[in-house]
Design a binder for this molecule. Structure first.
Ligand code: ADP
Length: 818
């Protein structure tokens, strides 16, 4: 039973054009029969009906259906009730025009949880047969005539065995013949159900309904049981009752019979010609042919008013073909599979221009991938990208230039060794394999590390050094070299080919590469005996090629030009000792013979190295006329080097541990790895900002496009949405419906877009190493990009749906009527 109690509803409440459309109305509706809301157009019938059916909200008062107060429920609950209990028939049918007749009816069954196809088919076809339209079940609803469509709508309303059927001017858009047929069907289905019928046609109301509630200006002004005699005086325009025609003239001659009927005396000039098999008729005016396809029918009888036998012959079994004891319960019609399949159908049905617009999404996806891979490339810095020294070094300033601090640090258990200064040096890789390349060489910026800390596990090729002149260099150095392709012309293009090659350091004997390590840093592992020689002779990384000479002390200036000799090799340096001996200890020096008269052996020259003057131990003769080199012992250079360093490098196998110890000691220091990383990131900050801005703009464009596209798709389907909502589809299913579409659009555009850019970037990386590191091109980044695009698209695409879903079904339908 439905009870309406003091219901009020306004449109445009509080505004100048406020309408009090339902005015304190109360009413009780029975459980069976047709209850007719009768009243002039605009009196509020539809509004009241929508309130009862849960399509719209009221401002005050209560409506209860079998004791359940629907005016208090959330829209979700109302949807559930409407879905299970109410069948809706609308004036303008509200069918899904691009689906088949069968689908239009079947969806109502699926929504109440009937999934079994055999049951669905049997039940739908039973209902279609009952309304006389089964033969059209595979046609698109949009292709049917008005009368046929209303039959589909009735089948949809009754298929789920609802206890209440709401029919809002169901014949309002139909001609009179269809009106009667539809009303007869409605009358048939009302035998065991409540049908609430809205009409403004009094004769229809009085012929068909069991109860009439007359409305005026939002109020029920009269309510009564209708037991007036059941006659319907409803002349059908499409029937010509021949016996009621005023004039009838017949002409009969041999085989020719002609009957002429007219409403009054009229002149009839008709010429009929039969030539061959063709019949020609000339009426002198308009001619209407009545054949099977005509909607006009001539009946050779008098018009009689219709009586109850019209609808009493038929009946409708509400439970036919339905599972017994079935209880209707709302069930979502969208699972992922049919979300996708119906989304795919929609996208496939896009007009050409809209399909073309999908290309925009492909481009957006391409650039989104470019942007994401760029941002990730800039953010994701790998040790090999930024490390300038071995990652285990900590740099400690030695401002006091005393050995105490150095000794203190060196004494720490966590410290493997300490080297003065930074460990960065330039060593030279000669590439003089061929005559044509005799002068070819490449400088490698290396970080000097002692072999003692190298473990065999860190080796990726070759072997551990066995001799002081054997070294191990890191893969990071080789990779960078190979990327530049500088070794191609001597065929140096694989890591293994580096094994056995020479490395040169000024003034020192060559070193030989015997192993390759992988420490993710530009390390060169050298013997302890060689480390200081290399550090003090190797060219500095930062100020390229300026050879640091001992003579660059403030008071030596021109005296010592450049180039010093360690372990003086007389043959190599093309000098001969003329007097005295070669330097054998630190601070010993030999001078060119032309200084013999200036400084005696045993005296010092006015050249200071690390604060001490050099002792002359001999003189040499040189092939080069102007050789003014002060040849000293290697340890002198070492002392000079150490004396000049402002800090020293401590190697700790466990950097974190050393860090915490130094912190506790209160010493200042820098972890090389952290420092290098910061420097590197700072240098790329601008790039990161621009990458993020570009990515943001691309995403925004994509977002706007998706929003516009889905908004227009949504607006073009607002009628469908309104219909689905009206027949009980819940909001979440509307979201799913559009989510399916967005998923399909995203899949078919983002995947090709990302794939194209993926391919392009991998190609570019092989062509120019410049972009490597700036872009990360991996399946993970592709997946991240896809996820970002998907989230963006879902957001943009569902915004218009979201704003519409806040409206009641009646409000959505009202929009589509405009
Ligand atoms: P009926 O069904 O009796 O023709 P309605 O219930 O459709 O009447 O409408 C009652 C009155 O409310 C009419 O004056 C109509 O113009 C007005 N009305 C209906 N829907 C709206 C709406 N969504 N916004 C504002 N006014 C409306």
């Amino acid at each position: 039973m439905i009870k309406i109690d003091k219901v009020n509803k306004y449109y445009n409440k509080g505004k100048a054009n406020q309408i009090h459309v339902i005015n304190n109305t109360s009413m009780t509706l029975p459980d069976e029969g047709i209850v007719c809301l009768l009243g002039p157009s605009g009196c509020g019938k539809t509004t009241l009906l929508n309130a009862i059916g849960g399509l719209d909200k009221v401002d005050s008062g209560t409506i209860t259906i079998d004791g359940q107060r629907i005016t208090r429920f959330s829209s979700n609950k109302i949807d559930s009730i409407r879905n299970a209990r109410i069948g809706y028939i609308f004036q303008n049918f509200n069918l899904l025009d691009d689906r088949t007749v069968f689908e239009n009816v079947a969806i109502a069954l699926r929504m109440i949880g009937i999934r079994d196809n055999t049951t669905v088919t049997a039940r739908v076809r039973y209902c279609l047969e009952k309304v006389g339209i089964d033969q059209y079940r595979n046609k698109l609803a949009g292709s049917l005539s008005g009368g046929q469509r209303q039959r589909v709508a009735i089948a949809r309303a009754i298929v789920k065995n609802p206890s209440i059927i709401i029919a809002d001017e169901p014949t309002g858009n139909l001609d009179s013949a269809n009106t009667l047929e539809i009303m007869n069907i409605i009358k048939t289905i009302s035998k065991e159900r409540l049908v609430i019928l809205v009409t403004h046609e009094r004769n229809i109301a009085e012929f068909y309904s069991d109860h009439v509630a007359e409305m005026k200006d939002g109020k029920i002004v009269k309510a009564y049981n209708n037991d007036s005699s059941r006659f319907l005086d409803y002349q059908l325009e499409n029937k010509i009752y021949l016996r009621d025609m005023a004039v009838h003239k017949g002409f009969r001659q041999d085989d020719v019979n002609v009957d002429v009927y007219s409403d009054e005396e009229r002149q009839a000039d008709i010429k009929v010609v039969i030539r061959g098999n063709n019949l020609y008729i000339n009426t002198g005016g308009r001619l209407n042919v009545v054949d099977e396809s005509a909607n006009i029918e001539m009946v050779d009888e008098h018009y009689t008013a219709m009586d109850e036998s019209y609808f009493e012959e038929n009946d409708f079994d509400y439970t036919a073909c339905l599972p017994s004891k079935y209880k209707a319960r709302y069930t979502s019609v969208y699972r992922l599979s049919n979300m996708i399949s119906s989304g795919w159908k929609t996208v496939k049905g896009f007009k050409r221009i809209r399909k073309f617009l999908l290309l925009g999404f492909v481009f957006a996806a391409m650039f989104a991938f470019l942007a994401v891979s760029n941002v990730m490339g800039v953010i994701d810095v790998k040790p090999v990208d930024y490390r300038t020294t071995n990652g285990n070094y900590i740099t400690i300033p030695n401002t006091a230039k005393t050995e105490d601090l150095l000794k203190l640090v060196d004494g720490l258990e966590t410290v493997a060794f300490v080297l003065p200064g930074e460990t960065k040096k330039m060593v030279t890789l000669p590439m003089d394999d061929y005559l044509q390349t005799s002068y070819a060489q490449e400088d490698l910026g290396v970080s000097i590390v002692l072999t003692s800390v190298l473990t065999p596990e860190q080796l990726v090729a070759g072997s551990m050094p066995a001799d002081p002149h054997e070294v191990v260099i890191d893969k990071a150095l080789i990779d960078e070299f190979l990327r530049d392709k500088n070794g191609l012309y001597i065929g140096l293009d694989t890591m293994e080919e580096f094994l056995g090659r020479r490395l040169m350091v000024p003034n020192l004997d060559d070193y030989r590469i015997v192993g390759i390590s992988d420490t993710e840093s530009p390390s060169m592992f050298v013997d302890q005996s060689q480390a200081m020689y290399i550090l003090s002779n190797g060219n500095d990384l930062d100020d390229d090629f300026s050879i640091m000479g001992v003579g660059e002390e403030e008071d030596t200036e021109d005296l010592i030009r450049s180039g010093r000799v360690m372990d003086l090799d007389l043959s190599k340096n093309n000098i001969k000792i003329k007097k005295g001996r070669k330097p054998e200890a630190a601070y010993e020096v030999i001078l060119n013979e032309y200084h013999e008269d200036e400084v005696e052996i045993g005296k010092t020259v006015n050249v200071k190295v690390a604060g001490r003057k050099l002792n002359v131990v001999g003189y040499y003769t040189s092939d080069a006329a102007d050789d003014d080199t002060y040849y000293v012992h290697a340890d002198t250079v070492k002392a000079d080097y150490i004396g000049k360093q402002k800090n020293f490098s401590a190697y700790a196998p466990d950097v974190a541990l050393l860090k915490s110890i130094l912190e506790k000691e209160g010493l200042s220091f820098k972890v090389n790895d952290t420092r290098d990383r910061k420097t590197y990131i700072n240098s790329r900050k601008d790039q990161l900002t621009s990458s993020i801005i570009v990515a943001g703009i691309i995403m925004l464009i994509s977002l706007i496009e998706m929003f516009l596209m889905l908004r227009s798709s949504f607006l073009s389907r607002i009628k469908e949405v309104g219909t689905l909502r009206a027949i009980g589809l819940k909001k979440k299913d509307i979201y799913r419906m559009f989510t399916g579409e967005i998923l399909v659009i995203t899949f078919i555009t983002a995947i090709p877009g990302i794939a194209i850019m993926y391919f392009a970037l991998t190609q570019m990386v092989t062509i120019t190493y410049y972009i490597e590191g700036m872009y990360i091109v991996t399946p993970v980044i592709a997946a991240i990009t896809f996820a970002i695009i998907l989230v963006f698209n879902l957001l943009a695409g569902l915004i218009p749906v979201f704003s519409t879903m806040r409206k009641t079904p009646a409000q959505i339908l009202a929009r589509t009527d405009i």
